[in-house]
Design a protein around this ligand. Structure first.
Ligand code: SF4
Length: 186
């Protein structure tokens, strides 16, 4: 599908565009499900993922909960996208990594396309930014600010809740891994 720069397609058309970009599932985002929760941000601060205060894409660099809630409040619709990939089980690190690379590639493609129509859209990725071998944070600016997407979790969103309330599953069963991201529009 080719959409003109500056056009404003409806959400269903953007869902089709997302599927064409390679996502396995996509749906209109239920904006009522965008609850920015302090308890999710507290999990970031607990640093179980080892990225807290180590990346421009994560808290505290992306701003306080109040700041990002105000930022997101400017948007009135969005799309939710997922990549589900096969794995050999709970310890298949290569399968997890391959799925993440696939998801990242599709998200870069989709975000580039959507930005041509909605330059001020707000992409939220899956997980901490892994684009560089070592993040420049905090000593130097991000190397790729145009492709720096904080995650849904970093925004304080409970991703499973957002998926279910938007009509998608969060988990697609054993021996699969699913990555979820979204783009807010308007
Ligand atoms: S693009 Fe590189 S410098 Fe920027 S947040 Fe990601 S890893 Fe860090």
């Amino acid at each position: 599908m080719i959409l003109e720069t500056g056009s404003h397609p409806n959400t269903e058309t953007l869902v089709t565009l997302a599927l064409e970009a390679g996502f396995t599932q996509a749906a209109p985002l239920n904006m009522d499900a965008l609850l920015f929760r302090s308890e999710v941000r507290d999990m970031c601060a607990a640093d179980r993922c080892k990225h807290y205060d180590k990346s421009w894409s994560c808290p505290p660099a992306i701003g306080s909960l109040e700041q990002i809630t105000a930022q997101a409040a400017r948007y009135h619709r969005g799309i939710l996208v997922q990549t589900t990939a096969p794995t050999d089980g709970d310890f298949d690190m290569k399968g997890f990594y391959d799925g993440m690379v696939l998801h990242q590639r599709s998200f870069d493609t989709l975000t580039r396309q959507v930005r041509r129509m909605f330059p001020d859209c707000l992409p939220m990725a899956a997980g901490s930014c892994m684009r560089c071998r070592k993040c420049t944070y905090p000593d130097r600016p991000c190397r790729f600010p145009d492709r720096l997407y904080p995650s849904m979790e970093a925004y304080g969103l409970l991703v499973s809740d957002v998926c279910i309330r938007s009509g998608l599953k969060y988990n697609y069963g054993p021996r699969t891994i699913t990555y979820t991201a979204c783009i807010l529009l308007d």
